[in-house]
Design a protein around this ligand. Structure first.
Ligand code: PEP
Ligand code: MG
Length: 594
């Protein structure tokens, strides 16, 4: 790549949605209300101040209601905007602001700002990146109230009528729902991570996006020419001639590459010597099932169900859960849908129950641990899953299992859920495959015991790497250690796969490790029966599998297991499979993680 000129500026962020676009920047939300003044309210003006706040919330509600009514069905189903509606009147936001105005005699803007900073810091200390992202919901909602309080003009992004690249601090779901996505070439934002709404929406609309740039809005002006490289997470401002030509060519190559790969996405992933690997999709929202099918997914390998429980004042009821599971199951027909039970730290899932602080939440009452402590909540989800199972091919999977008794207990509650459905005379199916996620080292080491209780293992490398190597995934200072190819991880994978084979159960992988082309020869050689990735990565994973001979991966894995460092394993992959993988540099091949 050419050296940047004095004019050319490069920003690095997080690659939230793949693709390259080149065009004019369009800055939104510059009018966001960043500076908030504090002043004291006299005793006799307090009622008026409270009233002023209430009217601002009312106006925000009306605004949001009209956005909800006019938003595309996809977004309505995701429940994001409804969640924002509920947040507007949430007692931790609305109630607390009123209390502060009343007790501290301060202006409404200041009270709101204080409440929001507190809530934000609670959310942001959470280690779960998904939950962390939810701090942005609070910010979006409070921005809306704040704009109404100070009378700032809301930018009319619905009126954007040219092909532009949106540059924003963050794009709220309300913002994105108004945008005519046909017109948008790309998104870039200061905030957000891969699990942000902007990321999710950009991926489902296949718009290149880079998020978490930190200072894009302060560096870029409207009308600036910019390049967005969603494959690498790079943004180039004022590109010079040479860079422009280079990226134009890259863009064409990427689009051709994507077209070729996608064209053959429905071809089975069978190795050159005839082994058929199932390549499934990971989804977070029911509507992503469409992408899963379009990209040639052989089923859903991981349905992360927690999305439906978050950002709302109350947990969803059984019927609501049942309907969304049933939708996914019906779209997939005979193909398997692996529904994972709630993977939350429950105390943080309910919008109105912050305040319960765990010193070390990643090691706390998370996922199955939470569900086993709250059997009533767990049973509602299990009943919904069993009911949906009557409509297709459902598998059930428990997350974060770290002890044998947890599986026994979870299955006992599952039996109780089935019995209660029988009593209620509701149709359901109990005879489904039950599996556990292997994402904690204790589950790896006791895999032989765990295998007795289940039909399959699904390895969650995202967490397994974190727990096995003792790396806080949110901590940049130790990010260099977060390597899927670390010898410790490879040995764990091999152990789990060997145990599964010995015990006659299936072994799958649904962690992100499975989405990277240069990991595929290793995963094949280890004996994985199925891989599951984000929908967009399915075609490339299938294509790589089709280029490999299974038989040759066995001595290769034996060699890989002798390596002393992730770097050496990586070099071995490159030396052995370089030619096959050379085409797939767009998909993150030939880069060590982080
Ligand atoms: C994992 O940990 O690898 C996994 C797939 O689960 P999640 O990313 O939802 O924690
Ligand atoms: Mg996990």
């Amino acid at each position: 790549m050419s050296e940047p000129t004095a004019n050319e500026l490069i920003l690095k962020g997080i690659n939230a949605s793949p693709g390259i676009c080149i065009g004019k920047a369009y800055l939104v939300d510059k009018e966001g209300v960043d500076v908030v003044e504090k002043y004291y309210i006299q005793e006799d003006k307090r009622e008026a101040e409270i009233k002023r706040f209430k009217s601002a919330v009312k106006r925000a509600q009306d605004e949001l209601r009209s956005i909800v009514d006019n938003s595309p069905e996809e977004l309505q189903q995701a429940n994001i905007l409804e969640t924002h509606m509920a947040l507007l009147k949430d007692k931790m936001l609305y109630g607390k602001t009123l209390t502060i105005i009343d007790s501290e005699h301060v202006n409404a803007e200041w009270a709101l700002k204080t409440v929001v900073s507190n809530l934000k810091s609670i959310f942001q200390t959470m280690t779960d990146s998904y939950l962390k992202e939810r701090a942005s919901d609070i910010v979006h909602v409070s921005d809306l109230i704040m704009r109404n309080l100070v009378g700032a003009k809301t930018q009319d992004i619905a009126a954007i009528d040219k092909r532009v690249i949106l540059v924003a601090r963050d794009l709220s779901p309300a913002d994105t729902s108004q945008i005519n996505l046909e017109r948008i070439m790309g998104f870039i934002t200061d905030r957000g991570g891969k699990a942000s709404h902007t990321g999710i929406i950009a991926r489902s609309f296949e718009i290149p996006a880079v998020v978490g740039l930190e200072n894009a809005t302060t560096t870029i002006k409207s009308e600036d020419l910019i390049i967005v490289d969603g494959n690498t997470g790079t943004v180039i401002i004022h590109p010079n001639e040479e860079t422009l030509v280079e990226y134009e060519e890259q863009k064409i190559r990427y689009e051709e590459y994507k077209a070729v790969i996608t064209r053959e996405s429905h071809v089975q992933a069978t190795t050159t010597d005839g082994f058929r690997m199932e390549v499934m999709a990971n989804i977070e929202l029911p509507e992503e099932v469409v992408a899963a099918r379009n990209y040639g997914g052989d089923g859903i390998g991981l349905y992360r169900t927690e999305f439906q429980y978050m950002n709302r004042p109350e947990f969803p009821g059984e019927d609501e859960l049942f309907e969304s599971y049933k939708d996914v199951v019906e779209v997939m027909g005979a193909k398997p849908v692996t529904i994972r039970t709630l993977d939350i730290n429950g105390d943080k899932a309910l919008v109105n129950s912050y305040g319960y602080d765990e010193v070390n939440p990643v090691l706390g009452l998370r996922a199955i641990r939470y569900c086993l402590k709250k059997p009533d909540i767990f049973k509602i989800q299990l009943r919904a899953i069993l009911r949906a199972a009557a409509f297709g091919n459902v598998r059930l999977m428990f997350p974060m299992i770290s002890a044998y008794f947890e599986i026994q207990l979870a299955k006992k509650i599952l039996d109780e859920a089935a019995e209660s459905l029988l009593k209620d005379g509701l149709p359901f199916k109990r005879d489904i495959d039950i599996g556990i996620m292997i994402e904690v080292p204790s589950a790896v080491i006791t895999a032989d015991l765990m295998a007795k209780e289940v039909d399959f293992f699904s390895i969650g490398t995202n967490d397994l790497i974190q727990y096995a190597l003792a790396i806080d995934r949110g901590n940049k200072r130790v990010a260099y250690l977060y390597q899927a190819l670390d010898p410790a991880i490879l040995r764990m994978l091999k152990h789990v796969a060997d145990v599964a084979r010995d015990k006659g159960i299936k072994v799958f992988m649904c962690g992100e490790m499975a989405a990277t082309p240069h990991h595929i020869p290793i995963l094949l050689g280890m004996g994985m029966d199925e891989l599951s990735t984000n929908p967009q990565s399915i075609p490339v994973v299938k294509r790589v599998i089709r280029s490999i001979k299974l038989e040759e991966t066995h001595p290769f894995v034996a060699d890989a297991l002798k390596q002393t460092t992730a770097k050496n394993v990586f070099k071995l992959v490159r030396d052995t499979y370089g030619e096959i993988l050379a085409d797939h540099t767009y998909s993150g091949s030939f880069k060590l993680d982080q």
